[in-house]
Design a protein. Structure first.
Length: 341
């Protein structure tokens, strides 16, 4: 089965062609980073307008890259939610109209299921059951995964998501947008140990997380440095180093607990923050110690992309889960509402 995937939930238009037998044939991405950088974050209305302009040329480019004609496609998968309403509606309406015109089935995919299954696009795939640490700009979740659509939420963030904390920290330090890669790059020049940030919610049992305190800690540390005439690039780098280490170690402590609690030794890490060097290093060290294994998407599939939507949609279409012609975007959508296949 050959499936066209369309991702448009936030600030990236991602298109891909996935073949259930041959694997990923082609994928294209347009990032709106430059468009939103001026405003220091995503402007929803600008995002929708840009998706409208990009989606059809990108579909054409992806088909050309794979040497595929539209009439060879067997199904269309699009991001139905969660995400920005206008952005979701753009992808959904293009997907639905194209499916109607081609007389093929279409399916709305849960964006976070796309992230969760992204490591399945790699040659070495994780086997069920596994624990998934899903860390993106909008979510930080620890999930027990027993199969596709069999998701049990074990832990969630009580406030900011891990990616959001990176983005807000970058903003406080005037590093620009998106914050994750900026903080991470500057952290490389930071001195380990100059500042010690807390490991939030690790001193009590449970798998829930909270990252907003780290952002406040950054603010206080920086304001103190300003007062003491120490507001230098080196100080910023040292703060980034301490912040990144705190996030990575907190996530690692929570994952260790989840693996122990569920007696599972396979960890899947996905979503934008799974691209982070320090997070990967700490989680790899944990899994090596446990003689287990951590699986990640390739770097370009950690953040939003069409390939993960095409993959997740293919699995559901293969199980006969196509939907009616009408569609509705779901800006808020819990993973646990999904049907098992
Ligand atoms: O998964 P994603 O593309 O979008 C959502 O579904 O939210 O994740 C984007 C988030 C942003 O907050 C971004 O700052 C963060 O992932 N991110 C990173 C890195 N690359 C992206 N955070 C830390 N380190 C990185 N290298
Ligand atoms: Zn995402």
């Amino acid at each position: 089965m050959l499936v066209l995937g369309i991702e448009s939930s936030c600030d990236e238009t991602g298109i891909a062609l996935y073949d259930s037998e041959k694997g990923l044939l082609a994928h294209q991405l347009h990032s709106q980073v430059e468009l939103h950088a001026l405003y220091g974050g995503v402007v929803p209305e600008l995002a929708s307008r840009d998706h409208i302009q990009r989606v059809i040329p990108l579909i054409r480019a992806t088909c050309k890259q794979a040497n595929i004609e539209l009439n060879q496609i067997d199904g269309i998968a699009y991001t139905k939610g969660p995400g920005l309403m206008g952005a979701l509606l753009t992808g959904s309406s293009v997907a639905r109209s194209l499916a109607f015109a081609l007389n093929i089935p279409a399916i709305g995919v849960h964006h976070m299921e796309g992230h969760l299954l992204a490591p399945m696009l790699e040659e070495k795939k994780p086997e069920f059951p596994f624990i998934c640490l899903l860390i993106s700009g909008g979510h930080s979740m620890i999930i027990r995964v027993d199969g596709i659509g069999q998701y049990k939420l074990l832990g969630d963030t009580l406030d900011d998501a891990a990616g959001e904390a990176f983005d807000k920290t970058a903003k406080l330090l005037d590093l620009g947008y998106p914050g994750g890669p900026k903080v991470s790059n500057l952290a490389l020049e930071g001195v380990t140990g100059r500042y010690k940030f807390p490991r939030p919610m690790t001193d009590r049992p449970g798998l829930d997380m909270s990252f907003s305190g780290l952002k406040t800690f950054t603010l206080n540390t920086w304001q103190k440095a300003v007062k003491e005439n120490d507001a230098t690039e080196q100080t910023k780098a040292d703060i980034c180093r301490a912040f990144e280490l705190a996030v990575a170690e907190t996530l690692t402590i929570k994952c260790k607990r989840a693996l122990e609690q569920e007696s599972i030794n396979t960890l899947v890490v996905s979503g934008g923050v799974s691209a982070n060097r320090e997070v990967r290093a700490k989680l790899d060290a944990l899994m090596a110690k446990r003689k287990g294994k951590a699986f990640y998407p390739r770097l370009e599939f950690c953040t939003d992309n069409g390939a993960m939507i095409a993959y997740a949609g293919t699995q559901r279409l293969l199980a006969g889960k196509a939907e009616e012609l009408s569609f509705a975007a779901k800006p808020r959508w819990s993973l646990e509402e999904l049907e098992a296949i």
